[in-house]
Design a binder for this molecule. Structure first.
Ligand code: HEC
Length: 105
């Protein structure tokens, strides 16, 4: 019974449209503009071989960051990305992804 309720609440939370407002977008901006922009550009538009992020969705960006954090090689230049992802907590990832997906087009 309790377990069913918990699962239901988790499912509700995952689907909740208020997720982005619960994230700390300002904190995400601080990390993005402090670190990530050096490669991905001030508007996450991508620079040369550094991929554009602003056209990707929340699920995609979150999944990629979690995989890089694990140390997984995805593309040919993953070794540039993995050390930065390793620094991130779950909250950092939520905040950064919320920032990227709300601030840029
Ligand atoms: C030293 C340059 C560099 C920095 C700094 C950097 N990245 Fe990256 N990032 C890359 C490269 C290069 C790739 C592509 C890696 C590959 O080939 O797998 C990448 C890939 C990504 C991807 C996957 C993009 C896709 O299209 O699949 C995401 C998401 C990402 N970075 C987010 C971030 C975030 C968030 C930060 C800041 C915490 C950050 N990056 C900092 C170089 C960088």
């Amino acid at each position: 019974m309790t377990r069913t309720l918990l699962v239901a609440l988790l499912a509700l939370g995952a689907a909740s449209p208020t997720l982005a407002t619960e994230a700390d977008i300002a904190a995400g901006e601080e990390i993005y503009q402090g670190v990530c922009r050096n490669c991905h550009g001030p508007k996450a538009q991508g620079v040369a071989s550094y991929p554009r992020l602003s056209d990707k969705d929340v699920d995609y960006l979150t999944e990629r960051l979690e995989r890089y954090r694990e140390g997984e090689k995805i593309g040919p230049n993953s070794m540039l990305m993995i050390p930065h992802a390793r620094e991130l907590s779950d909250a950092d990832i939520l905040n950064i992804v919320s920032y990227i997906t709300t601030e840029f087009e």
